[in-house]
Design a protein around this ligand. Structure first.
Ligand code: GCO
Ligand code: MN
Ligand code: MN
Length: 406
């Protein structure tokens, strides 16, 4: 089937090698699909309409390969990328699989482990840059605890800062054009992970030596595992100018880390997320309920899926999964555009800003403004009695999502 929702490279959709290459292994059972060659995955992704492919160092160059083996693998992979017109927008380091990292990498109590993690990351950065990556992700897979008395969490924070500051120094020293994106997760595989949410990461970034180089890579599943609103977390990152990358998937609150096909759970959050990323409400927000000076525009980074097919699937199911992620994103984008173009929605956002005459008093403190605010007569009873129309608005949104309206 070919229609307007089929993905094309212009949509800037990307997948990790580890996502479409996931062989279906879980804690209770062995792989249900063969391990795929990265070059094969690139060819299949290109055929699906994807634009980019991301990787951990070890996804492409197996752990322990010699320098000569590495160069051969990388040369072959580059040739495939060129032949397929695919790019590598993001790369990252596997600091979680080898047993040496069983108690963390950058936060380990053992300085030798930390040293090895720095060196592995520098080599991974070189690899990513060689393949054209502009973003380098840090997901602290093993940075956490089960036995909390093993380390003071304040030391873990300081060690993580030392590592990121050091690696920013490395990137600058090499003259690389690369930004870092930090990915939070509350648990799994560790009982508790350090920096469990995007909010924790945003504050941590403000303490870094080169904070302008560092942003976040929020993931739908990770914020939902913590029971939080992903849309609100992403919005805070955008408002701070820190949304450098994003991991799209689906997840039910209160479950293990599911990494489901984008939009396959909680369609309402998925709709609101796509609406936010696509900036479809930009004009309405700016003229009505929104504030001047806030960036309501479209997110221009990659749309990356960090998800995998159900364990029940064979290879054909994997490509249905990949197409499904991209199609659902595009369908939701079209629905969001229609919703925000609806005159009823526009009338709502335009009409919702009452009492705009006091706006100049609400920013930039001075004593006169403070006095004016204290003298202001606000009709609290009239405002308190006013219905806001949110039931109507939310139902309208539901009907757009269900394809009845618009
Ligand atoms: C997970 C994470 C990872 C990271 C990846 C890139 O829950 O396993 O989301 O998939 O995103 O390692 O850093
Ligand atoms: Mn994840
Ligand atoms: Mn992720």
């Amino acid at each position: 089937m070919t229609d307007a929702y089929d993905p094309t490279p212009d949509d800037r959709f990307s997948f990790g090698l580890w996502t479409v290459g996931n062989p279906g292994r879980d804690p209770f059972g062995a792989a249900t699909r063969p391990v795929a060659d990265p070059n094969h995955l690139v060819r299949k992704l290109a055929a699906c309409g994807a634009w980019g492919v991301n990787l951990h160092d070890d996804d492409l160059v197996p752990f322990g390969s010699s320098a000569a083996e590495r160069d051969l693998i990388v040369a072959r992979f580059k040739a495939t990328l060129v032949a397929e017109g695919m790019v590598v927008p993001m790369a990252t380091t596997n600091l979680f699989a080898h047993p040496v990292f069983k108690d963390g990498a950058f936060t380990s109590n053992d300085p030798q482990v930390r040293a090895f993690a720095y060196a592995k990351t520098m080599a991974g950065i070189d690899l990513g840059v060689e393949l054209g990556a502009e973003t380098y992700v840090f997901w602290g897979g093993r940075e956490g605890t089960e036995a909390d008395a093993c380390r003071d969490p304040r030391d873990a924070v300081k060690r993580m800062r030392d590592a990121i500051d050091f690696l920013c120094g490395y990137v600058k020293d090499q003259g690389y054009d690369l930004r870092f994106a930090l990915e939070a997760k509350p648990n799994e595989p560790r009982g508790d992970m350090y920096f469990p949410t995007t909010g924790h990461m945003l504050h941590f970034i403000s303490t870094l030596q080169h904070e302008e180089m560092v942003g976040v890579n929020p993931e739908v599943a990770h914020e939902h595992m913590a029971g939080l609103s992903f849309v609100q977390g992403v919005a805070q990152a955008i408002e701070a100018g820190k949304l450098f990358h994003i991991d799209l998937n689906a997840q039910r609150i209160g479950r293990y880390d599911q990494d489901l096909r984008f939009g396959s759970e909680d369609l309402k959050q998925a709709f609101l997320l796509v609406r936010l990323l696509e900036g479809t409400a930009a004009a309405a927000s700016a003229s009505g309920t929104g504030d001047a000076g806030v960036d309501h525009s479209r997110y221009d980074g990659p749309r990356h899926f960090d998800a995998h097919a159900y364990r029940t699937e064979d290879e054909e199911g994997v490509w249905h999964f990949a197409r499904g992620c991209m199609r659902t994103y595009k369908i939701l984008a079209a629905r969001a555009r229609a919703f925000d173009a609806d005159p009823r929605v526009q009338a709502f956002t335009a009409g919702a800003g009452h009492g705009t005459d006091v706006l100049p008093l609400l920013s930039g403190y001075d004593a006169d403004k403070a006095a004016a605010l204290r003298a202001l007569e606000v009709d609290v009873n009239a405002i308190g009695a006013r219905g806001l129309g949110y039931e109507r608005l939310d139902q309208l949104m539901t009907e757009y999502m269900l394809g009845v309206a618009g």
